[in-house]
Design a protein around this ligand. Structure first.
Ligand SMILES: Cc1cc2nc3c(=O)[nH]c(=O)nc-3n(C[C@H](O)[C@H](O)[C@H](O)COP(=O)(O)OP(=O)(O)OC[C@H]3O[C@@H](n4cnc5c(N)ncnc54)[C@H](O)[C@@H]3O)c2cc1C
Length: 432
């Protein structure tokens, strides 16, 4: 049975870039499954309130679990940047009852365009608008992070999840019966399940696996967001465009129902001093220097940006077994489990897939908490590893030079859509 809850929400909490508040109507369906069998499974504690943690809170709350989410920041926020979501991800959001709300705030690009950063030539085009829907049963969407996060937060709360800011997980102790979780701020929390959704620098991962810090990839991401109305007509766009050049690439796409354009320029460079910061001030001169000899078309686009922000990109090698993703009553999710390079645009997507499988495994799986979490990890680790590894390879192809770049351009021209479409990614993943 679908129970429709309507609520009018206002949000617009981006830290930089777009500031317009978005008003939308959220229609939230409850889970099709009846509440899970009552056993010692229903107290789920989630560390981290980013896109992954919030998606997990929503998915578990929809299954009738009592969810507490702890976020270390003083308030929930997402930086002013965009997220691409393939049909493998929008399908899940629709299944959670967020389809109508998504239509109000997201953009639905007409296609994905690959262009040569130097010559400006179009190398290939993947139709997205109708094709994603007809081939994969769900749209390809692009969205402001704050809008996606706001949707998940509002829906998680409506579904009954309790969210707490200013709570930094420090450590936990697991006993036969449950878990005791300590935060830096003092209170002790008890739960039956702990989900580490605390991002690339995850404290949960460090206690679970003690496998050290993530690695700096040698890549910096400069990002910006511009109102399309302020751009000359020639620079406005309703497509995802990827410009590929030697040791660099640039991606831009619309967000906020096409009103804003999100831009990300990736260059290979030395590590900045505050490499853990997601939101460093950036120097446009450094970016233009790193861009070297890109062609006029791309230069004009980059020159239209008054202000850049900077991320130093980190990742980890992929996991080699399910046992790394879940042990006992503790499981990892999202970037805490599989931080990846953004060259397949699926980091948040995989976190949302994780959330769906986690909730399903806990609610409908068999056996103890540990067995259900291990089942979740078994269903997730290999797909996450595949996406992580393909993202590394995509980066090498995007940044290719010489003969490799020549071969890339030729293959794209010859094979176009057949090369750019990814049925193994968009057509698979958990059912909604
Ligand atoms: C340039 C760039 C472009 C990208 N583009 C895309 C894209 O197009 N599509 C896509 O799917 N993905 C994309 N990604 C990847 C995506 O941003 C991440 O995979 C996703 O945001 C990860 O979400 P998360 O919730 O796992 O982690 P995070 O977003 O890092 O959230 C972790 C949360 O945990 C909190 N936290 C940390 N430690 C603690 C603690 N000890 N206790 C409590 N709370 C804690 C943090 O404050 C934070 O709120 C991109 C990434 C980059 C860098």
């Amino acid at each position: 049975m679908i129970l429709a809850l309507a609520s009018v929400l206002k949000f617009g909490r981006c830290a930089h870039g777009a500031t317009g508040a978005v008003t939308l109507r959220l229609t939230l369906g409850t889970a099709h499954n009846p509440p899970m069998a009552k056993m010692a499974l229903d107290r789920v504690l989630i560390a981290g309130g980013g896109i992954g943690g919030m998606a997990a809170a929503l998915a578990c709350a929809r299954q009738g679990m009592a969810v507490q989410l702890l976020e270390r920041s003083a308030q929930f926020s997402e930086v002013g940047a965009g997220i691409q979501m393939g049909p493998n991800v929008t399908r899940i959001l629709q299944g959670w009852g967020l389809g109508d709300a998504l239509e109000q705030v997201a953009s639905f690009p007409s296609g994905l365009l690959a262009r040569d950063a130097q010559s400006g030539q179009v190398m290939g085009r993947l139709r997205l608008a109708d094709r994603a829907q007809s081939r994969y049963g769900a749209p390809y969407a692009t969205i402001h992070r704050a809008d996606l996060h706001g949707l998940l937060l509002a829906a998680a709360r409506l579904a009954g999840a309790q969210t707490h800011v200013g709570q930094t997980l420090q450590a936990w102790h697991e006993s036969a019966d449950d878990l005791e979780v300590q935060t830096q701020q003092g209170p002790t929390w008890r739960a039956n399940v702990l989900v580490g959704a605390d991002g690339v620098w995850s404290a949960v991962r460090q206690q679970l696996l003690a496998d050290g810090a993530p690695r700096f990839t040698g890549h910096l991401a400069y990002r910006a967001m511009l109102p399309q109305a302020d751009l000359p007509l020639a620079l406005r766009s309703n497509e995802v465009t990827v410009w590929m050049g030697p040791r660099l690439h640039v991606v831009h796409y619309p967000v906020r129902a096409g009103q804003w354009l999100n831009l990300v320029a990736i260059v290979q460079s030395a590590k900045p001093d505050q490499a853990q910061d997601w939101d460093l001030a950036a120097n446009a001169k450094n970016l233009m220097q790193a861009m070297g000899g890109v062609g006029q078309d791309l230069q004009a686009r980059l020159a239209s940006v008054p202000d850049w922000r900077l991320w130093a990109l980190h990742d980890r090698a992929s996991m080699a077994s399910a046992g790394q993703m879940a042990q006992g009553r503790v499981a990892l999710l999202g970037d805490a489990a599989h931080p990846m390079r953004p060259y397949l645009a699926q980091g948040a997507g995989m976190a949302i897939e994780d959330a769906q499988v986690l909730a399903q495994s806990l609610a409908t799986g068999q056996g103890s908490v540990a067995q259900r979490l291990l089942r979740y990890a078994e269903l997730r680790w290999a797909r996450n590893a595949q996406v992580q590894n393909r993202a590394v390879r995509n980066g090498q192809i995007f940044h290719a030079r010489g003969a490799l770049a020549w071969g890339r351009n030729l293959s794209m021209r010859l094979m176009g859509e057949r090369l750019m479409d990814l049925p193994w990614l968009y057509g698979q993943g958990p059912a909604a």
